[in-house]
Design a protein around this ligand. Structure first.
Ligand code: FE
Ligand code: FE
Ligand code: MG
Length: 166
């Protein structure tokens, strides 16, 4: 980074890298939660849900890539040890022990709501000091907002379906 870019960041470089690494851990865990969820989910509307879960898994992996690129650009190192994802994560991992469609939907909706908070906070922190990270957060946040919306629409459909057959 050039001198003026560094001046903007001031002494916040370490903090920005830390926030990015926390988001990075979230993305890998979200990726796996979607990926394995698509393998095990069962119940009404499972075909539609599987398609959505796979799509979101691919998005989360792309987010992990974007965040890692930014960490490296800032001179940091993305978390190298998967065990450490659990130390860094904001949003955690919800194992789809109960593979019922509604349950999997609810788990992933809460994950997206957490992700929205994470990138919203990252944007607030970087707005005036690191516009590049701010833009990365913006791009990812746009996807997370769409993810939540897609899953909530499926949950609504699920509830309507249940009413119809009652
Ligand atoms: Fe993501
Ligand atoms: Fe997402
Ligand atoms: Mg979607």
């Amino acid at each position: 980074m050039g001198t003026k870019g560094q001046e903007l960041l001031g002494n916040n470089l370490g903090k920005v890298i830390e926030l990015l690494n926390k988001a990075y851990a979230d993305e890998w865990l979200a990726y796996y939660q979607y990926w394995v969820g698509a393998k095990v989910v069962e119940g009404p509307m499972s075909d539609a849900l599987i398609a959505e879960l796979i799509e979101h898994a691919n998005d989360e992996l792309r987010h992990a890539d974007m965040v890692a690129e930014r960490i490296v650009k800032l001179g940091g190192t993305p978390v190298l040890e998967p065990k450490k994802w659990y130390d860094f994560t904001n949003c955690g991992y919800e194992s789809p022990e109960d593979p019922y469609t509604k349950k999997v939907l609810e788990q992933n909706i809460s994950g997206e709501q957490c992700a929205i908070d994470v990138y919203n906070k990252l944007q607030k922190f970087t707005r005036d000091i690191d516009p590049v990270t701010y833009n990365v957060a913006m791009e990812i946040l746009t996807d997370e907002i769409e993810h939540e919306d897609d899953l909530q629409a499926l949950l609504e459909e699920f509830e309507d379906l249940k009413k119809k057959f009652r």
